[in-house]
Design a protein around this ligand. Structure first.
Ligand SMILES: O=C(O)CNC(=O)[C@H](CS)NC(=O)CCC(=O)C(=O)O
Length: 277
C-alpha cells in the first residue's frame, strides 16, 4: 500500500476546499491501493469565532460533509483519512474536532474525536488559542483497520502527548496519522522533531498532513507535511504550498526495525510505573 498526505491551504468555502482535494486526488496513479490523509479542518478553516460551530450546526441534520468525504473516497478509489471536520456534540454549544476514515467503497470505517485541545499562548498574531471555547474534547482512542493494517488516529496538538501514541501502538497501530494545522511559530520550533520522535520511539509509520499558508482570519500555518518511516527517516515531505506526497508502506521494514531493537518488549514501564531495580 502507498501512504499519501495532502497539504492544503483551506479557506471558509467548503466547495473550494473540496475542489482542491479533488485536484490532488485526480493526480494519483492507481497502480497501488492508497491511504490518503487530509489535514485538520480540511473542509473549513480560518473562519472567525463561532464559524466552525455554525457549520457543525448547519451540517447536523443532513450529515452532508461526511457524505461528501465518503463520495471522494469512492470516486478516487482510496482509503481516505479525512483530517477533521466539526461535528455538533450532544452538548449543543460545542462541537467535536473529528477525523473519519472511509473505504474505497465510501463506507465509514471509523473515527476519532481530538482529545487534546489547543488552549495555548503562542508568540504570533493570534496570541491566545482557545480551542476548548467551542470544541469538546474526545474521550477515547481509536485504531482502525485500513486495508488489513491497523491505523491509529490522532489530530494536531495530540502530537505532543506521547502516551496517546504509545497506547495506539499497544493496540496494534503500525501507522499513525497526524492531520494538522500547526501554527507557523510552534511548527518551526517543534513539528519535525516531534513527528520523528513519535515514529522512532514507537517504531511506526507516521503520516502527517498540514495546513499551510495565511488563512482568512490571519492564522498562519506551518505545512511541512511529511511521511516518516519506523526508523525515523523522512521518506518524503512538502514544505510549503499545496500538493500531495506519497511513500510506500513496507511492513517488512517495520518488522525489521522492531525485531532488531525490540523496545516494546524491553520497555519496563509497560503497564505500571515500575520502580528502579
Ligand atoms: O481552531 C481551528 O480552527 C482548528 N483547530 C486548530 O487549528 C487547532 C486548534 S486551535 N490547532 C492546533 O491544535 C495547533 C497545535 C500546534 O500548533 C502545536 O501543538 O504547536
Amino acid at each position: 500500500m502507498q501512504l499519501c498526505a495532502i497539504q492544503m491551504s483551506s479557506n471558509t468555502s467548503v466547495e473550494d476546499n473540496i475542489a482542491d482535494i479533488e485536484l490532488q486526488l485526480a493526480s494519483l496513479e492507481q497502480a497501488q491501493q492508497q491511504l490518503v490523509l487530509l489535514p485538520e479542518c480540511c473542509l473549513f478553516f480560518g473562519g472567525k469565532d463561532k464559524a466552525q460551530l455554525a457549520l457543525a450546526r448547519e451540517n447536523q441534520a443532513t450529515n452532508e460533509l461526511k457524505g461528501r468525504l465518503g463520495k471522494l473516497a469512492s470516486k478516487y478509489n482510496v482509503f481516505l483519512v479525512a483530517g477533521s471536520i466539526p461535528v455538533l456534540s450532544d452538548q449543543q454549544e460545542k462541537f467535536t474536532n473529528s477525523c473519519f476514515v472511509f473505504s474505497p467503497e465510501g463506507t465509514e470505517l471509523g473515527g476519532y474525536d481530538k482529545i487534546h485541545l489547543f488552549d495555548v499562548a503562542v508568540q504570533d498574531s493570534e496570541k491566545n488559542y482557545f480551542e476548548s471555547r467551542y470544541a469538546k474534547a474526545g474521550d477515547h482512542i481509536s485504531v482502525v483497520k485500513v486495508n488489513g493494517i491497523n491505523v491509529g488516529l490522532t489530530i494536531c496538538y495530540d502530537l505532543r502527548f506521547p502516551e496517546l501514541f504509545r497506547q495506539l501502538c499497544q493496540q496494534g497501530a503500525k501507522i499513525i496519522t497526524v492531520p494538522s494545522a500547526f501554527t507557523r511559530v510552534t511548527g518551526a520550533a517543534h513539528w519535525q522533531t516531534l513527528l520523528q520522535a513519535r515514529a522512532i520511539e514507537n517504531q511506526v509509520y507516521i503520516v502527517a498532513a498540514g495546513q499551510e499558508g495565511v488563512h482568512f482570519n490571519g492564522r498562519e500555518t506551518w505545512g511541512h507535511s511529511m511521511i516518516i518511516s519506523p526508523w525515523g527517516e523522512i521518506l518524503t515531505q512538502l514544505d510549503t504550498g499545496k500538493g500531495i506526497i506519497c511513500a510506500d508502506y513496507q511492513e517488512q521494514e517495520l518488522d525489521k526495525v522492531r525485531k532488531a531493537m525490540p523496545v516494546a518488549t524491553h520497555n519496563r514501564f509497560k503497564n505500571k510505573l515500575m520502580s528502579y531495580e
